[in-house]
Design a protein around this ligand. Structure first.
Ligand code: PMP
Length: 365
């Protein structure tokens, strides 16, 4: 085989868009196995065995050789009912992360003004970079809440095509009151994505109440947190039905497989399970927050989600994280965010997991 005239690997790689080449892959950066896994804001609870047994029957009845529908209509309908919106207002994705990329595809051309408050779930900034947005970042207030005054000013000044508010926010756990969401919705000429991944843990009213009044609102949700389905990959958005129709044009078909759809429907059919799990996780987060607040050496951010952000005063956060990891306890280092240097994030686990974390923390502190 004469390959002398073939381009070198480097020549071929240089054909990859600079937006991609300049990126880093998204890595959680931790071993997959750990005794106490509190680093990804997951539910500590898998589905009950009886429900899983029902789903095994579903698995038997699922035709693996047949494509699913372009959109999982029955699941979209169940989600619409769950949220008191019309099925036409719902678009289901392969996890909500996947829909974040749809926003890039739909709204961002090179130079499109995008405004993002910080600190925010890092994927949004990545999508803005991948699509060469003209990105403006709004630094948080001293108490780490989003600076809504500055955000309102920036979306107007930059004529923002898109802004995003994560509420409760990851990684701070802080939430934005509905009146402030409305201020941003009114000021933004483009779309406002309100990412409510942790909405079930928060007692503010959900943003769905604003859908009728604001056609520029897109709400993003996930079944990875309160519903405990992070391993299955189900997320969805809710928006004006005409917006959903447009987004469908850019959409990859078949992104939700038949089995995931069946599991999503089954879980939505057991509302008491969701209520019970959310109560357990809220209790866990409250007691974890209180326990951390009792430690003099820590500053703790009060959370409205299922995780807690904190910073140690006298121990380095890197050393603390490493020491916990050696004992099989995974938490997340937030030092990569300019406003969160020295901060760590721990997810609320089972009572036993929280105890193991706190015991190990005390041993290090
Ligand atoms: N949005 C926020 C704010 C998150 O914290 C996460 C998970 N870390 C996601 C979206 C992604 O969720 P999914 O599992 O649905 O992709």
């Amino acid at each position: 085989m004469d390959t002398a005239s073939a381009p070198s690997v480097e020549t071929v790689l240089n054909r990859i868009r600079s937006g991609v080449r300049n990126e880093h892959p998204y890595l959680v950066g931790a071993p997959p196995q750990a005794d106490v896994k509190l680093n990804q804001n997951e539910s500590p609870y898998d589905l009950p065995a009886e429900l899983k047994a029902e789903l095994v029957d579903t698995l038997h009845d699922t035709a693996f050789n047949r494509y699913p529908a372009e959109q999982p209509a029955a699941l979209a309908e169940a989600l619409a009912k769950h949220n008191h919106v019309a099925p036409e207002q719902v678009l289901v994705g392969n996890g909500s992360n996947e829909l974040t990329y749809l926003f890039g595809l739909a709204f961002i051309e090179p130079g499109t003004p995008v405004v993002l408050p910080a600190p925010m779930f890092s994927l949004y900034e990545k999508v803005a970079r991948l699509y060469h947005a003209d990105l403006t970042t709004i630094e948080p207030r001293a108490d780490l809440h989003f600076d809504i005054d500055a955000l309102v000013e920036a979306v107007t000044q930059h004529n923002a095509a898109m802004t995003v508010i994560t509420t409760p926010n990851n990684p701070t756990g802080l939430a934005v009151p509905p009146a402030d969401l409305e201020r941003v919705l009114k000021a933004t000429p483009g779309v406002v994505v309100i990412d409510e991944a942790y909405v079930e843990f928060n007692d503010y009213p959900p943003a769905t109440e604003l859908l009728d009044a604001y056609p520029n609102l897109i709400i993003l949700r996930t079944l990875s947190k309160a519903f405990g389905l992070a391993g299955l990959r189900l997320g969805y958005l809710m928006a004006h039905e005409d917006m959903v129709t447009e987004l469908m044009k850019a959409r990859l078909p078949f992104m939700v497989d038949r089995f995931s759809e069946a599991v999503g429907r089954a879980v939505l059919n057991h509302p008491n399970l969701l209520t019970q799990r959310v109560e357990q996780m809220q209790e866990s987060c409250a007691s974890l927050t209180q326990a951390l607040q009792e430690r003099d050496d820590l500053t703790v951010v009060p959370s409205r989600a299922n995780f807690v952000l904190f910073t140690p005063h006298t121990t380095s956060s890197d050393a603390l994280q490493d020491a916990l990891m050696e004992q099989g306890i995974l938490i997340r280092n937030m030092g990569g965010y300019p406003s969160l240097q020295g901060y760590l994030r721990v997810c609320a686990g089972t009572p036993g997991e929280n105890k193991a974390f706190l015991d190990a923390l005390d041993a290090v502190l």
